[in-house]
Design a protein around this ligand. Structure first.
Ligand SMILES: Cc1cc2nc3c(=O)[nH]c(=O)nc-3n(C[C@H](O)[C@H](O)[C@H](O)COP(=O)(O)OP(=O)(O)OC[C@H]3O[C@@H](n4cnc5c(N)ncnc54)[C@H](O)[C@@H]3O)c2cc1C
Length: 566
């Protein structure tokens, strides 16, 4: 049968509209099917700088300003050992792609993105509910949907289906297993207020998060005619099910609010609630495969993480970009299908795992603030890898690039220390991960020149993988060194979705690094290199020195042994 479309995107939230916008822009016949009529309400109002390049790509930053969205400049936490607020200011972290993001009214923001997808050339059908996938062998080859206008069902076929249907994950549930994070099955209750006092200083553009005995509150400044000036939500636990039933949602929420003094002060005495308090599920999950034959899952359809770090919408948009690049690459070169799916799935899995570990670490680190409260006693037990938690915290705050210390580190290192000092974990507790032990206990160090008896080791992992070419929006092969979860420094959470932090290296450098087993000295390596390359020993030594000089300069290669002669 003939495919009517290149791609069908299910769902018109941030993930779906971003995917459809890019694919249509790359010239592919794209159909987006959205169940509801817009505008429609959604929770998830505070965004991250990591999604700003997407808005910039589409020229939508001005549209967001014109919509009156508050420019978000950072986050303030009342979290940890003291009740003193502490801040993350985006402008202090120069490796973020933007110094600000937005706090948005989702019904307006999602409409902006959907209109943009349409403008880019995607065909958009509203009131179109996808019912099931069309399968062809093990391939997803289209969908069946109900047309809300006519009441009839339609079958449409495409080379790819992107499921961006949010937590409904209508296709995802048919093709892969969802895995819940049993330790993070939470509940959220939220509403909107006007006539609030708000922060009286630079924090008036921050999301403010205050932990309280029953969980934590978000205070998101908004600027909405309909929803007022503040979105105020409580994240709490399943352990209170009975209490919530007894007190009612409103009673429970108000009682929790009375135990959050900082937020109460921000709300002020004149605040008026504009809506009923709504309760929603906040259960973290991921799934086994986020891409496979004929399908990709993006946004909440793929995975959901607790909102403490405000990651949801931004991750959905980055997944939209990443899935569009993968599909664009495969439509241009069908032989890449398996590699592209693997690239996407691996990135999703790693992003989910490191962020989940960091969230567990963040929660557990607040336990001593409320030592006798049920919610926090349970979170003290959260499982995480102490190393990953601290290292992720480090990269979250420092955002550094290996071998490229930036003057702004002077500001970022205190931010990291402030974080670690506030939480119950101490920096000293951090143990070196398996690979690092060797480096640390073996006394590996920087060197700038070859010395026969030095033993070199690769300070990272050599990989042959793929990366996104931002000019052609396709995947291209890359060979180089990665700094990933086993390494001391790695890139910030969101960027995991776009592929790992690979520093490209020439084949000659990779070939040489493959000979570094952490035990052989340079003399042996040069001998092996001479044999492999068919070069006389002296020439091999000269060539090795040339190849290795930039690797030593960047600390991609460390050495063990006496200090190299200067
Ligand atoms: C309590 C709470 C607080 C949060 N706070 C934040 C925050 O501060 N910042 C943040 O970034 N994120 C936050 N999030 C997360 C955020 O809400 C989601 O991550 C985000 O909305 C995901 O976008 P999406 O495009 O994947 O899905 P959605 O926004 O859910 O969009 C999915 C779309 O698919 C449509 N759809 C569903 N089923 C079908 C079907 N069968 N056929 C056709 N269409 C269908 C739906 O109508 C919907 O429009 C929060 C979440 C919760 C629960």
């Amino acid at each position: 049968m003939v495919d009517q479309y290149d791609v069908i995107v299910v769902g018109g939230g941030p993930a779906g509209s971003t995917t459809a916008g890019y694919l249509a822009r790359y010239g592919h016949r794209t159909l987006l099917l959205e169940r509801s009529q817009f505008p429609r309400h959604r929770i998830g109002e505070s965004l991250l700088p990591s999604m700003m390049p997407v808005l910039e790509d589409f020229g939508l930053v001005e549209a967001c300003r014109n919509a009156g969205f508050v420019e978000k400049t950072g986050a303030t936490f009342i979290w940890g050992k003291t009740r003193e607020p502490w801040d993350i200011r985006f402008s202090d972290t120069p490796f973020l792609p933007s110094g600000f993001a937005f706090h948005v009214e989702r019904s307006v923001f999602d409409q902006i993105l959907l209109d943009n997808a349409r403008r880019c050339g995607a065909e958009v059908n509203m009131n179109a509910t996808v019912l099931e996938a069309i399968r062809e062998g093990d391939r997803i080859a289209g969908v069946v949907y109900r047309d809300g206008e006519t009441g009839g069902t339609q079958a449409v076929r495409a080379k790819f289906v992107v499921d961006a249907s949010g937590s409904a994950s209508i296709i995802g549930r048919q093709v892969t297993e969802r895995r819940y994070d049993d330790q993070m099955r939470q509940v959220a209750m939220y509403s909107y207020f006007k006539n609030v006092r708000g922060a009286q200083d630079f924090r008036n553009k921050h999301i403010i998060i205050e932990s309280c005995p029953k969980g934590w509150f978000w205070f998101i400044p908004m600027n909405s005619e309909r929803l007022g000036e503040v979105s105020l939500g409580l994240v709490t636990g399943r352990e209170f099910e009975d209490e919530i039933r007894a007190k009612g949602i409103e009673g429970f929420y108000n009682e929790a609010l009375s135990e959050a003094p900082y937020v109460n002060e921000l709300i002020g005495p004149k605040a008026e609630r504009l809506e009923e308090i709504q309760a929603v599920r906040d259960w973290a999950y991921t799934c086994d495969e986020t891409a496979g034959p004929g399908y990709y899952l993006a946004g909440d359809a793929a995975a959901f993480l607790d909102p403490l770090l405000s990651t949801g919408v931004s991750l959905g948009m980055l997944a939209g970009y990443s899935s569009s690049v993968c599909i664009h690459s495969v439509l241009g070169n069908p032989e890449m299908e398996a590699a592209a799916a693997k690239f996407y799935s691996n990135n999703y899995r790693q992003m989910y795992e490191v962020t989940r570990d960091f969230l567990h670490y963040f929660y557990a680190g607040n336990a001593s603030a409320h030592p006798n409260d049920l919610f926090w006693q349970a979170r003290r037990m959260l499982k995480f890898d102490e190393n990953i938690g601290a290292k992720q915290a480090f990269s979250f705050f420092i955002n550094t690039i290996p071998g490229n210390p930036h003057p702004a580190l002077q500001k970022q290192i205190p931010m990291f220390h402030q974080f670690m000092n506030n939480l119950d974990h101490s920096v000293n507790e951090v143990k070196e991960p398996a690979g690092m032990e060797k480096i640390v206990t073996g006394g590996f160090r920087s060197a700038r020149e070859l010395s026969d008896e030095d033993v070199p080791i690769v300070n990272g992992r050599l990989e042959s993988t793929w990366r996104i070419n931002r000019a052609s929006h396709t995947l291209e092969p890359i060979r180089g060194i990665t700094f990933d979860r086993d390494r001391p420094v790695f890139s910030s959470t969101s960027s995991w979705l776009l592929g790992r932090n690979v520093s490209p290296l020439e084949d000659s450098a990779c070939d040489l690094m493959e000979l570094m087993d952490g035990e052989s000295p340079w003399s042996t390596i040069i001998g092996n290199f001479s044999g492999k390359a068919g070069l006389p020993l002296e020439e091999a030594r000269k060539r090795t020195a040339e190849i290795v000089a930039p690797l030593l300069a960047e600390d991609y290669v460390l050495v063990q042994g006496r200090a190299a002669a200067q």
